[in-house]
Write a protein that binds this ligand. Structure first.
Ligand code: NAI
Ligand code: MG
Length: 366
């Protein structure tokens, strides 16, 4: 059935199509049982797009992504394409999507499922009930700042340069995303930088404070140096609700937070862009944190839950279907509680493959 809930599905390479198949089944279930339908287009990205079109993202696909406004992506890459020139590499397809959709806010939840506390690298009491959200600035900072490069400075010495740059509007728009998320969650934002040693950090702290005063006084705001934040994340992670930080610190802190919760096969993410002034809707891309897992692709054993949870983030943040997202998250939790496990989650009482996990989830949803 046609609907105004448009979505571009890009399964990609390796295990991407395998895990995306299980999302398809959840979408069918929602149509049948909840009478919530989506207008889904499917296309190629990454190595599979290169094989067909000679580019990791065809112009037509890029245009469809912009028109749909919501993209659900599997994973890109694999050994087959490792030796392509830089601009043909599978990752370039993903980077182009991020760039042209202007996805400046990367949302990385770290949520500890009760049934998986043992999978954490930390003690159960430290992670049980953990539910935090890291908002990482994605399009600015030291990965993009000018000047950059490597130069010879004489006497056999070379110099490598990258520049951390942030403008007020770049800081404010990502901080606004963090405050708005906090309002729907635990109502607390921790902003992280190194204002003690970096001017860009001073500006970051000033602008976050100003925005808070202007628009989000109801949210509790705290500032923390990023290095202390790293310590606190492994010492007492439950003190956090929403953490917002720059591109570099966010890259590191979100990977550290991810491991508090166990397997790569369980981690979803979202990237949000500018809001449409007319509808308030943001451009958005949802994808699991894991890659294409060439070592297990084709074996039917990949864990589909990271991608299914990415879809549930889409329900929550792109379509205002929070109740449906809750339903899916709760079903996943129950399935894990009942002992159903894919291989990456270790020895449960019921070991299943990709479709087996999908079967269990659909049964629980029913
Ligand atoms: P990876 O995330 O693909 O795999 C790392 C390890 O985790 C592997 O042992 C894999 O079997 C396992 N794993 C990952 N997802 C799993 C799942 N859903 N269920 C069960 N086990 C899972 O990272 P790796 O090996 O570094 O990269 C493989 C390829 O993926 C490379 O070509 C890389 O460039 C690409 N990649 C793509 C990303 C993306 O599309 N956003 C992100 C990371 C890597
Ligand atoms: Mg990283």
């Amino acid at each position: 059935m046609a609907s105004n809930r448009t979505m571009l599905m890009l399964p990609g390479d390796g295990i991407g199509p395998e895990v995306m198949g299980e999302v398809r089944r959840v979408i069918d279930w929602m149509d049948k049982r909840r009478h919530v339908s989506f207008d889904v287009k499917e296309d190629l990205v990454g190595g599979s797009a290169f094989d067909k079109h000679g580019t990791p993202l065809a112009d037509k696909t890029m245009q469809d992504a912009l028109d749909c406004g919501v993209v659900l992506l599997g994973a890109v890459g694999g050994p087959k394409w490792d030796n392509l020139p830089f601009d043909k590499k599978p990752e370039r397809g993903l980077l182009r999507l991020r760039k042209e959709m202007q996805l400046f806010a990367n949302l990385r939840p770290a949520k500890c499922f009760d049934a998986l506390v043992e999978a954490s690298s930390l003690k159960p009491e430290i992670v049980r009930g953990l539910d935090i959200m890291i908002v990482r600035e994605l399009t600015g900072g030291v990965y993009f700042g000018e000047p950059r490069g490597i130069s010879d400075i004489g006497n056999g010495e070379r110099r490598g340069v990258n520049t951390q740059v942030y403008t007020t509007s770049e800081i404010r728009r990502v901080a606004a995303v963090a405050f708005e998320l906090a309002q729907k969650r635990g109502n607390k934002v921790t902003s992280l930088e190194k204002a003690n040693v970096m001017e860009s950090g001073v500006l970051w702290r000033e602008e976050v404070t100003k925005l808070h005063q202007e628009k989000y006084k109801d949210v509790q705001l705290e500032h923390m140096y990023a290095d202390n934040g790293a310590m606190q994340l492994v010492r007492a992670p439950k003190q956090f609700d929403v953490m917002v930080t720059d591109n570099l610190f966010g890259d590191i802190l979100s990977d550290a937070a991810a491991m508090l919760t166990g397997s790569l096969g369980m981690l979803p993410s979202a990237s949000l862009g500018a809001a449409d002034p007319a509808t308030g809707r943001r451009m958005a891309l949802f994808e699991p944190v894991h890659g294409s897992a060439p070592d297990i692709s084709g074996k039917g054993i990949a864990n589909p839950l990271a991608t299914i949870q990415s879809f549930s983030m889409a329900l929550r943040y792109a379509y205002d279907l929070g109740a449906d997202a809750d339903l899916i998250d709760q079903a996943a939790e129950n399935v894990l509680k009942s002992g159903v496990r894919t291989a990456d989650l270790g020895g449960g009482s019921a070991k299943v493959g990709t479709t087996g996990m999908g079967d269990a989830l659909l049964k629980e949803l029913d």
